[in-house]
Design a protein around this ligand. Structure first.
Ligand code: KG4
Ligand code: ZN
Length: 341
């Protein structure tokens, strides 16, 4: 089964053709991130304008991998999938309305996909069936706008068991990077600096790990930016690499401590990471080391780094495995969409 998938929830315009939920036949993406690096963050109006400019071109390119895009869509595509939330309303509308038009014109079923679940399903991409994540599973979605821990018994049974009470993990990277004077997006900037610092003998416990002693699976990251702000104010000769390593470690440790506790409680067969922050190498390594050292019978799955950040291939994977087409009349862009089925 071949799905054409479209993703425009934030500052990317992306389209992909996916076969049987895992095999990527094409994956095209255009990002307005360069514009947002200049302004220090995404401006919704300019993100949507860029997406309107590129959406048809990107879909066309993704359908052209084996010849004429019109013929391919007519003869080979079984369904169309589109992200309908959460995200920026203007950006979501570009993808959703384009997908509706194509679905009507080409008479293809339309599958609405929750962007957050796309981050989970990135773990099925480019995998052989015997390497698929196994259920029951826990998935930690760590992106620029969200931090959610979810428990899945199977593809169609899902429960949110925790998440952030304020800033998302990626937001914590982005906001602290700004305070330190590093460019947007903050995650890659901070992790690059942290790699320069690397000093095994130095303790990386300058900043607090809030809520780790509470018996829930929630996080709070908003205090971190305040701590960093006062540290920067007090210290004139700032060692950017040192502070980056400290910020990165505080975020990773907070996520790790509660995730390990959740693994012990829920005993999942697989633990999945997804979202932009999960491309962080130190985070991936620390999760693997901790699971190994505690001999937890749970396999860690991390997407290929290029599928951690927003992309359309993961939206196609989610559409395939959950396979819930709807009438175009019932599909509306929803910027505040939450986790649920
Ligand atoms: O999933 P994503 O591409 O977009 C959203 O759905 O939000 O995630 C973007 C977030 C940004 O906050 C960015 O700073 C963070 O992911 N990020 C990273 C890394 N690469 C991207 N955070 C930490 N380390 C990284 N290497
Ligand atoms: Zn995302």
């Amino acid at each position: 089964m071949k799905i054409l998938s479209i993703e425009t929830s934030f500052d990317e315009t992306a389209a992909s053709v996916i076969e049987d939920g895992s095999k990527i036949l094409s994956n095209k993406i255009s990002s307005s991130q360069d514009i947002h690096t200049k302004t220090g963050g995404a401006i919704p109006e300019s993100a949507a304008r860029e997406q309107l400019k590129y959406i048809i071109q990107i879909i066309g390119q993704s359908l052209s991998h084996s010849g004429d895009p019109h013929t391919f869509l007519t003869d080979k595509i079984d369904s169309i999938a589109v992200t309908y939330g959460p995200g920026l309303i203007g950006s979501l509308l570009v993808g959703v309305e384009t997908a509706k038009a194509l679905s009507l014109l080409y008479k293809k079923p339309l599958i609405p996909v929750n962007h957050l679940l796309g981050h989970v399903y990135a773990n099925w991409l480019n995998k052989e069936i015997n390497n698929y994540p196994e259920f029951p599973l826990l998935a930690l979605i760590i992106s620029g706008g969200h931090t959610d821990l979810i428990y899945m018994k199977d593809h169609n049974s899902l429960e949110r068991i925790g998440g952030t009470r304020d800033d998302a993990a990626g937001e914590a990277f982005d906001k602290t990077a700004r305070i330190i004077g590093l460019p947007y997006p903050g995650g890659p900037s901070i992790s690059k600096q942290a790699n320069i610092y690397f000093d095994k003998n130095q303790k990386l416990d300058l900043f607090p790990r809030p809520m780790v002693n509470e018996k829930n699976f929630d996080w709070s990251f908003s205090g971190l930016k305040t701590s960093v702000y006062y540290y920067v104010k007090k210290n004139e000769n700032l060692d950017v690499a040192f502070i980056s390593a400290q910020v990165q470690e505080a975020i990773i440790d907070s996520l790790l401590i509660k995730s390990i506790r959740a693994i012990k409680k829920f005993q999942p067969k697989s633990f999945l990471l997804g979202g932009g922050v999960s491309s962080n190498t130190r985070l991936r390594n620390k999760f693997q080391d901790e699971i190994d050292s505690k001999s937890l019978r749970c396999r860690l799955h991390v997407p290929d780094p290029i599928f951690c950040t927003d992309n359309a291939a993961a939206i196609g994977a989610c559409a395939y495995f959950q396979n819930k087409p709807k009438s175009y009349k019932d599909i509306n862009a929803n910027p505040d969409l939450e986790i649920g089925l």
